[in-house]
Write a protein that binds this ligand. Sequence first.
Ligand code: GLA
Length: 379
Amino acid sequence: MNYENRKLAVNAFEKAYGTSLGLRVFFAPGRVNLIGEHIDYNGGFVLPCALSLGTYAAVRLRSDSLFCFYSDNFADEKIVECDLNDLKLIEGKTFANYPIAVLLALKDNGYSIEKGLNIAYYGNLPINSGLSSSASIEVLTAYICKVLFRLDLDNITLAKICQQAENKYIGVNCGIMDQFTIVMGKADHAIFLNTATLEYEYVPVNFTDSNITLVISQTNKKRTLADSKYNERFVSCQKEKAMYNVENLCDLPSLPVDASKIVRHIVTENQRTIKAKEALENNDFELLGKLMNESHKSLKEDYEVTGIELDTLVETAQRQKGVLGSRMTGAGFGGCTVSLVKSENVDSFIKNVGDVYREKMGFRADFLSVNIGKGPCEV
Ligand code: GLA
């Protein structure tokens, strides 16, 4: 598997730069969040996993100060260049702004990079679908710089720098969940992360032994305003936090009687995530599924980040045979859902949910059965 993907990254490099000599190839995963949504910027607990799908990059050092970026997933953009001596974002929309944002954030943190690179990315993660393809390319780029330029950079600092890249340069006020999960991912484990303190625990995920498959369903909805809507929720939480005079909304010890819908989601989602971690530890997948269903309801009715596409996928999924739980995952506003499905029912799940979705929405959903993978590495 890795070998094939390595080859695809090398092919991409060859296509862009005309040679495949002397390359090194690196990988960083995507992530799926099991539960704990929109609370990583409120100091809450989250329970995400890294995926075995992700982004690969074939890389070669240059002797000058130019960084050249090519992505097989955005092949029409050709090669995007950026000089280390004049580091700035490219005007307009380009995938290359994610790695450039990372170079800028590394520089802000005093990490100096002297030489340029030719990089070709190839990802097998659906792009812009809520599985963190952007955090994957960010972490991958930072990891490549760490290895090739021998930066004294521990994993958690690396995750924080990638989050800063996203906050300061991409302009999304995201929490640390995605970058942290991608850096710290461990095969067949979820990460129970306290986003206020960054203390974390690996929780074994025994889905396969219990014949359960983790199925991702993609809405295929264009997420044009997702970033601005995300930032709106962030601002609402900041205002609520100031009203309650707490450092983080998740510090509220219980649900205030007069809580707004926003606060109700944040407080109850945090409580559900703590219960879900225990359920996962006890292999109580019925309970985990129930908490996932409740999480979706809260994201739909209280936090209002779902929409007809996600609701159709989730509510249809929840009615299928062999489904223990289903919810939107990631930022929402489109993107994808995650469902716990008994393995023997996966085929009928995909057929039935796919049919209902296409009938209702007029376009198709895509489905992926995924495995929980590890963090970045050289392949
Ligand atoms: C996006 C952000 C994360 C997190 C999720 C919602 O993926 O990047 O920090 O807030 O949305 O849980």
